[in-house]
Write a protein of this length. Structure first.
Length: 280
């Protein structure tokens, strides 16, 4: 019998909520680290604003594929939102499972009456929720610094809010999938560096897809990373026109979130066998 079958739906929900709450509190155990992280985010936003202001055409807009023009204000708003979203999804980190596997504490996690993968998801969600108040500070700073603008329309704002759910789900699932590698390597620092660089680039957090070469943009659209940053931000800015394009973008996000959940299940089944081998 699976451990999760020992608890009812309400009990499992209460257990996951408790795990998320504990992880959220642990984020504040090292307040200086959180504050330095926030300071780094604000500095990043400010420096990106200076860079894009300096390199942008004097006309204040740049033509992109399809004849559309991206204004400087639009580009700055994009990098602000992309930076904040990336920082928020990265705040959970990938070191928790690595340490628990290395120290053998993962055996206690496996003995709990709730699914292990769901424990990891709840813990990362708790870490993210702990960072939400700091995101508000970052957004206020962006507005005061003249770097953020309002959404393109009420429809764009609604689409953006809806898209954040599958966007965060994909980022969270990808993070847990990568953290599962610790069952094989016991060390994630190198893997995490490669993953972070890859995710930030192909998600559009560094350069939006509309400034990428056509072939690179086409490759990026085949990967799940664009669903985490580019699609929500493009929706906010009204770069996806018409109800059909908006619904198609949301469908792509949801499809990737479901696919990543299935991948996580498969990876976990392999990792579970690895745990049995390590334990004899």
């Amino acid at each position: 019998m699976r451990p999760s079958a020992r608890l009812g739906p309400r009990q499992r929900l209460a257990a996951y909520t408790a795990l998320a709450r504990v992880q959220a509190r642990s984020q504040y155990a090292y307040r200086s680290d959180v504050l330095f992280g926030l300071a780094g985010l604000l500095l990043q936003i400010y420096m990106l604003r200076l860079v894009w202001t300096a390199v942008y055409p004097r006309s204040g807009s740049a033509a992109v594929e399809g004849g559309h023009e991206i204004t400087l204000a639009t580009q700055i708003t994009y990098v602000v939102l992309a930076s904040v979203q990336s920082w928020l999804t990265d705040s959970g980190g990938l070191s928790t499972l690595q340490l628990r596997v290395r120290e053998g504490v993962v055996a206690l996690d496996l003995a709990r009456p709730v699914r292990f993968t769901s424990q990891m998801i709840a813990a990362r969600a708790g870490s993210t929720l702990a960072m939400v108040p700091f995101v508000a500070v970052a957004l206020v700073f962006s507005v005061l610094a003249g770097g953020a603008q309002a959404p393109a329309s009420a429809t764009a704002m609604l689409a953006y809010v809806v898209s954040l759910v599958p966007a965060y789900s994909s980022a969270l699932l990808l993070g847990v999938i990568v953290s599962m590698i610790s069952f094989w390597t016991l060390e994630l620092d190198g893997v995490y560096s490669v993953y972070l660089m890859t995710a930030r680039f192909f998600s559009g957090a560094l350069v939006p897809l509309w400034f990428m070469p056509d072939w690179l943009a086409d490759v990026t659209r085949l990967l799940p990373f664009q669903t985490m940053v580019y699609i929500p931000t493009a929706l906010y800015l009204g770069q996806m026109h018409g109800t059909r394009d908006i619904l198609q973008a949301l469908a792509v996000q949801c499809a990737w979130a479901i696919a990543l959940w299935l991948v996580l299940r498969l990876v976990w089944l392999r990792a579970l066998r690895r745990v049995v081998v390590q334990g004899g």
